[in-house]
Design a protein around this ligand. Structure first.
Ligand SMILES: Nc1ncnc2c1ncn2[C@@H]1O[C@H](COP(=O)(O)OP(=O)(O)OP(=O)(O)O)[C@@H](O)[C@H]1O
Length: 287
């Protein structure tokens, strides 16, 4: 039986070794459940990206992991100590188990290669045993799943809108069926309608495939809608972690309340945080 959690992070700390040193993440404890969408909220500079990249050991100098551990509970029943793997094993782990979609990802596509071909390359590199026909079929399915459509296989990036290109990147992130997807402001550059459609799709795909998502954004109203649970970070620490519904209805920490109150769409006329008609419904509130 696989562990209920996918990832356990304990007492994790990261310092940027500059003068004076920046304590970007301090003593973070986090348990990510299998199949959940966990939102990471907090103001710019509070350490969200450092935390998400740090547990995958993707940070470079001057970042120094000064303490803590991270354990990945693989669906096959094994526990992987992320800070104990050598570089090679870590690279393989990142490809097989985790994938990332970030804000500018859609601009990372090669402009002179058709998007389907770029998707196919993921399989050529990482699933060399697949036949060409199998690869093509997988790519077609993926393009359909993310709402691009397999008929766009031969399109070049410039022939697709930003939203479509970002969907192609999501297809790539899904290609190897990761257990964890880390999304860092993946829809921030897109218009609201496109943003909504993509988020709905991510949520549906998560239900279908059972992967977990760590979703990073400073857009708290959006997190309330799509997350199962939300961790609120401030100055490198998680100050509150609860279901979206509980945070929305009764945040405990003054900073969380302050953060909620800073979004006009969540506040009343006097700027208080209130619940009312037409407000976004937190994901967890419907269950
Ligand atoms: N290379 C670096 N050198 C020094 N300090 C850094 C470096 N990268 C980040 N920091 C600092 O570490 C802290 C956390 O930054 P981080 O990018 O993790 O925050 P964030 O919450 O993801 O912010 P944003 O939403 O703006 O991306 C900030 O104070 C930032 O200035």
């Amino acid at each position: 039986m696989p562990h209920d959690n996918l990832l356990t992070v304990s007492d994790f700390s990261v310092v940027y070794d500059v003068d004076p040193p920046v304590e970007a993440v301090t003593d973070v404890r986090l348990e990510l459940r299998r199949g959940e969408i966990l939102g990471l909220a907090g103001e710019s500079g509070c350490g969200k990206t450092t935390l998400a990249y740090g547990v995958q050991r993707l940070l470079k100098d001057p970042a120094v992991i000064t303490g803590g551990s991270a354990s990945f509970h693989d669906a096959d029943g094994t526990d992987v100590d992320l800070f104990g793997l050598d570089e090679r094993a870590m690279r393989r782990f990142r490809w097989d188990k985790v994938s990332m979609v970030f804000q500018g990802a859609m601009n990372a596509l090669n402009p002179v290669v058709a998007v389907g071909r770029q998707l196919e390359d993921v399989y050529t590199t990482h699933r060399p045993k697949l036949s060409r026909a199998q690869r093509r079929e997988e790519c077609g399915q993926l393009l359909d799943m993310v709402g691009v459509g397999r008929d766009r296989f031969r399109s070049f990036p410039h022939e697709l809108s930003g939203g479509m290109r970002q969907r192609v990147m999501i297809a790539m992130a899904l290609a190897l069926r990761p257990q964890l997807m880390i999304m860092d402001e993946p829809t921030t550059a897109l218009d609201v309608l496109m943003q909504r459609e993509i988020l709905q799709q991510i949520s549906d795909l998560r239900t279908e495939f059972g992967f977990s998502v760590i979703f990073i954004t400073h857009d708290l109203p959006l997190l309330l809608e799509i997350s199962d649970r939300i961790a609120v970070m401030r100055a490198g620490r998680i100050v509150e972690l609860d279901t979206a519904a509980n945070l929305y209805r009764g945040a405990q920490h003054p900073y969380t309340r302050q953060l909620l109150a800073s979004f006009p769409s969540l506040t009343g006329e006097r700027g208080d945080f209130v619940r009312g008609h037409g407000e976004p419904t937190p994901a967890g509130a419907q269950r």
